[in-house]
Design a protein around this ligand. Structure first.
Ligand code: C2E
Ligand code: CA
Ligand code: CA
Length: 581
């Protein structure tokens, strides 16, 4: 046995003690006690691994020693082998808590073996317990660090989350008071579309690729984290805060995802001036810069400046103002006619909201719609515009003017309203208008959401007799094949196809159009082109088989009275664009 194990021989007979001591010497380190009291005394100070205990002793007998040991938590686990010459004591001592017994006269082989067995059993048990404790401690500390990690890190990418990024960056800046830093926010242009077209797993893969690239390239030069969804943040020495600095590593990482679609990142930056500013405000400012270029095809990086701040304040004011302006009747639809390209005749029209602002004059929707979309006010405004259009149609019917259909824009947010269909049906019924007179333009990106609500609502609206147009078709949210899956009645080409001004239509756009139009035709879908500004564009559109046109070349969006006048001229045959001169 291992001599570092201590055996305590408790016996009031010197002969027996000596006999036993001889049997154990060399195998254990040996302690001897002449009485029960002395035994307890020794065990109070020394580590004892096994006790060999005489039962019949003067004064405190073996049974008393056993019960004293069992009552003491420090000793209760120490194994006890009793020595006895009385048969009756064997059972009694086991019941009292002894682990085994040896009988006098001692047979050295049996004594050694039995003690050894007990010791091995206990040592193993103790080791097992110790391991258990260590394992539990390890698990607890691992769990604690896991919890800490989870509290500070984003579960998908493992990057710092928002609040941890704020904290780490504050500490990072505090440690480096003399260098200049820039806080950067960036996100993926149209990330939602990646999720929609390729699935959210692919979307996750893209986010992971970006996280990996940040780890590789920013690890040693600054802080970085994931704010939310596809928005990431960094704090970097100013010299590194350029689009160029990340272009290469990010592009390489994104390429590994194998997406066939180019992924464009947009950066907003804020140059830290005031070190006492909380990091979340720095991030807000970088984010403001980022938002200023969202949806802008040519710019992918913006630096925060005072003008942006003013724009931000102005935007907030605008939101507050919208509600009041609606009550005040400051919104009205302008109406832009749409012509049949082959005959030049007025075919339909589109209602486009305008804000007749008391101080700013006539404001186009680009300046307020995106913000109203953010806070949901757009739903109210759309409802108002639709009703205004119905009033115009009603008025024209009263005047006896045969009015071509007018389309209204339906915001994608409205499809979250379960009453949308019923409201539309009620509206046309109330004004006694044929539903085919009120066309509904739904932007292509709403279809890319592929919301079941949208498809259901469209179905119901079409069954009731409304005409549904897919607006901004080809803007890039959807694939051509989508046309087969959603049952629209007409498509309106995205203006971007015509926006490049060289010879009316650029070759890339030309190619896409030449692919789209026959496809739409094969599905029996009439095509409207909007934003037609030049004769060159018009003749190209005619050549490729576009059916209807809308644009400044023919007419601008008109106030309702002018629209009514134009329609009555048209029905009298006095107006068609071909005759404009
Ligand atoms: P949209 O539905 O694609 O409307 C077409 C936009 O093109 C209109 O801009 C129109 O004035 C403009 N446009 C027409 N012809 C030409 C042209 O020849 N050249 C150029 N460059 N532009 C032309 P607008 O009125 O500023 O409206 C912008 C967007 O705001 C609309 O795009 C639509 O998405 C949204 N919008 C307008 N009115 C409403 C509304 O009542 N409700 C909703 N939800 N959205 C609206
Ligand atoms: Ca439209
Ligand atoms: Ca459009």
């Amino acid at each position: 046995m291992d001599t570092s194990l201590a055996i305590l021989v408790v016996d009031d007979s010197k002969v027996d003690r000596t006999l036993l001591a001889n049997m154990f010497s060399g195998s254990y380190s040996l302690l001897e006690a002449r009485s029960g009291r002395e035994a307890l005394e020794i065990m109070a100070h020394e580590k004892v691994d096994v006790v060999v205990l005489d039962i019949g002793m003067e004064g405190m007998d073996g049974f008393e020693v056993i019960s004293a040991m069992k009552a003491d938590p420090a000793l209760a686990g120490v194994p006890i082998v009793v020595e006895t010459s009385e048969h009756a004591h064997e059972e009694a001592s086991l019941l009292a808590g002894a682990d085994d017994f040896i009988v006098k006269p001692f047979n050295p082989v049996v004594v050694r073996k039995r003690v050894e067995n007990i010791v091995i059993k206990h040592v193993l048990e103790r080791e097992r317990l110790q391991m258990e404790v260590q394992k539990n401690e390890l698990l607890a500390s691992r769990r604690a660090s896991e919890l800490l990690f989870a509290a500070e890190h984003d579960s998908l990418t493992g990057l710092y989350n928002r609040s941890a990024f704020f904290r780490k960056t504050a500490a990072y800046l505090a440690e480096r008071p003399s260098e200049d830093y820039t806080v950067v926010q960036f996100d993926i242009e149209r990330f939602k579309v990646i999720n929609e077209l390729y699935g959210s797993e692919k979307g996750d893969e893209v986010l992971l690729a970006i996280a990996g690239a940040l780890r590789e390239s920013v690890q040693d030069i600054g802080t970085y984290g994931r704010m939310e969804a596809d928005r990431f943040a960094m704090c970097l020495p100013r010299a590194y805060a350029t689009e160029k600095a990340f272009e290469q590593p990010l592009a390489a990482a994104l390429e590994r995802t194998g997406l066939d679609r180019q992924i464009v990142l947009c950066y907003g930056m804020y140059e830290v001036v005031d070190r006492s500013m909380p990091v979340d405000i720095m991030c807000d400012r970088a984010n403001l810069a980022l938002r200023s270029i969202k949806g802008n095809y040519n710019e992918h990086l913006a630096l925060y400046d005072g003008v942006m701040h003013q724009a931000f304040v102005a935007e907030r004011e605008l939101l507050d103002e919208g509600g009041r302006a609606l009550l005040d009747g400051q919104f009205e639809p302008f109406i832009q006619p749409i012509f049949d390209l082959s005959t030049g005749k007025l075919a339909s029209a589109e209602a486009l909201v305008r804000w007749r602002h008391p101080a700013k004059g006539l404001v186009a929707p680009g300046a307020f719609m995106p913000f109203f979309e953010n806070n949901g006010f757009i739903v109210k405004l759309d409802g108002y515009i639709r009703e205004s259009v119905c009033k115009i149609l009603f008025r024209m019917a009263e005047l006896g003017i045969e009015c071509p259909p007018v389309s209204v824009n339906v915001s994608r947010l409205e499809f979250y309203d379960p009453n949308l269909c019923q409201n539309l049906i009620d509206l046309v019924t109330r004004y006694g208008i044929d539903p085919s007179k009120l066309r509904l333009e739904i932007t292509e990106s709403a279809y890319a959401d592929n919301m079941p609500q949208l498809l259901e609502a469209m179905d119901e609206l079409q069954r009731f007799g409304f005409t549904v147009l897919m607006d901004d078709f080809g803007a890039g949210y959807s694939s051509l094949s989508m046309l087969r899956d959603v049952s629209v009645d007409m498509i309106k080409l995205d203006m971007r196809f015509l926006s490049h001004e060289d010879e009316g239509v650029q070759s890339r756009e030309r190619n896409i159009l030449q692919a789209i139009i026959p496809m739409a035709k094969s599905l029996g879908l009439p095509i409207i082109a909007e934003g037609v500004e030049t004769g060159g564009q018009a003749s190209f559109l005619k050549k490729v088989g576009c059916d209807f046109v809308q644009g400044y070349l023919y007419a601008r969006p008109l106030p309702q009275d002018e629209h009514i006048a134009l329609v009555s001229d048209a029905v009298r045959g006095a107006f068609a664009f071909g005759e404009e001169g």
